[in-house]
Each structure stands twice: as structure tokens, then as C-alpha cells.
Ligand binder design. Structure first.
Ligand code: ATP
Length: 194
């Protein structure tokens, strides 16, 4: 099985995530895409992030209409800072016969060399880079492995930061997130405070 691994804070999941994941699934021919919310993102250690259980619940709501999408709570269950290398090791132990593809937005790829054990990551998974508005494609970066897959996806200029900002200001988030995620945010009064 060809498994896509899509990690992130997902605070909250939005249509940018869902659209690019679906395009990668189709063009790379993945059997599944597993969305894995971080517990503590190494790049957001000091940031005020919504509780992992809310982020996980929103993600489950957000992906449920797609039969190829799954959610894993392994980083939340593992505890501590969420390192991709640890997640891939655990995934490989569980699914030894599978082939792994790590989905990364062009913004995140710029920091890839500063991740924990990047050299080991690329032995375990192929990198699939998704373009993101405002961030140059990574093709020029000579330090990346040669077999990085540059997967053209629609440019969707949606970010979780903008969604949180809009909720805080009382603005609409319709069409930016799935309706069930929007309802969840309203029901739990998320993102109202700065
Ligand atoms: P924030 O605004 O809070 O930083 P975000 O919208 O960037 O959040 P994350 O959960 O941090 O969302 O992103 C998870 C992964 O999805 C990252 O690899 C990121 O590059 C990618 N990603 C998020 N939004 C998009 C988008 N609109 N287009 C392409 N990739 C995206």
C-alpha cells in the first residue's frame, strides 16, 4: 500500500489542507492519506495552540467525507514534542510492507534541514512537496534529495492563522473549512480570544 503521511498542527484543518491532500493522493496514486496532528510542534513550542483533543476532533470531522483519508492520534498518544522521524519509525513498524510518502507544504520544506534527523526521514519516506501561495517552490534547494516529488496542486491561499483571525473578529469562515468544522468551532467557542 502507498501511504501518504500528512502532519501538521491543524489548528484548525481547512480546505487548503484537504484540497492539496486530495490532489497529491490522486496524482501520486496513494491508497490512503493519514493526517497526523502534532501534540507539540517543534516549530511552535512557545505558540499558544488549541488543545490537541479539539484539533483532533476537528480533523476527524473534516476528513470523514473522504474514504481515502484517515486520522491518526499517534503523536498525541506518544506525548512530548512531535518529531516526524519518530512518527515514521512507528508507522514503519506497524506497516512494514507499505511505501511512505511525506506530504509537505512549500513553506515547511524550507525548514526541512532543521528538522530532527532529516537524513533518516528521507530513507523512510519520499518527500512530496506541495506548492503554497507566497512560498517559492523548493526545486532550487540543492540540499534536498534528488527524488523529491514536486506535486503541482491548486494554489489555495487559506491558512489556519487567517481562520483564527476571522473567528476572533466575528467574520465568516464559510467555504474556508468544512461545515462540520465550522459548527465545531462555534459549539466550542474556539478562537474567540486573542
Ligand atoms: P498556521 O497558519 O497556524 O501556521 P497552516 O494553515 O500553515 O497553519 P498547518 O497545520 O501548520 O497549517 O500545516 C500543515 C501542513 O499543511 C504544512 O506542511 C503546510 O505547509 C501545509 N499547508 C497548509 N495550508 C496549505 C495550503 N493552503 N496550501 C498548501 N499547503 C498547505
Amino acid at each position: 500500500m502507498k501511504l501518504g503521511i500528512f502532519g501538521g498542527t491543524f489548528d484548525p484543518v481547512h480546505h487548503g489542507h484537504l484540497i492539496v491532500a486530495e490532489f497529491v493522493r490522486e496524482s501520486v496514486g496513494l491508497d490512503r492519506v493519514v493526517f497526523i496532528p502534532t501534540l507539540i510542534s517543534p516549530h511552535k513550542i512557545d505558540a499558544a495552540v488549541t488543545s490537541a483533543l479539539h484539533r483532533l476532533a476537528m480533523l476527524r470531522e473534516g476528513v470523514k467525507a473522504n474514504r481515502f483519508f484517515r486520522v491518526s492520534d499517534m503523536e498525541i498518544e506518544r506525548g512530548g514534542v512531535s518529531y516526524t522521524v519518530d512518527t515514521l519509525r512507528a508507522m514503519r513498524e506497524e506497516n512494514a510492507k507499505d511505501e511512505f510518502f511525506l506530504l509537505i507544504g512549500a513553506d515547511n520544506l524550507r525548514e526541512f534541514r532543521s528538522w530532527k534527523d532529516p537524513a533518516e526521514i528521507v530513507t523512510m519516506a519520499k518527500l512530496v512537496v506541495m506548492n503554497r501561495p507566497g512560498f517559492a517552490a523548493a526545486a532550487e534547494d540543492p540540499s534536498l534529495p534528488k527524488d523529491v516529488i514536486q506535486c503541482p496542486v491548486p494554489s489555495v491561499d487559506i491558512s489556519a492563522t487567517e481562520i483564527r483571525r476571522r473567528v476572533r473578529k466575528g467574520l465568516s469562515i464559510s467555504y474556508l473549512v468544512p461545515p462540520s468544522v465550522s459548527r465545531y468551532i462555534g459549539r466550542h467557542r474556539l478562537y474567540r480570544q486573542p
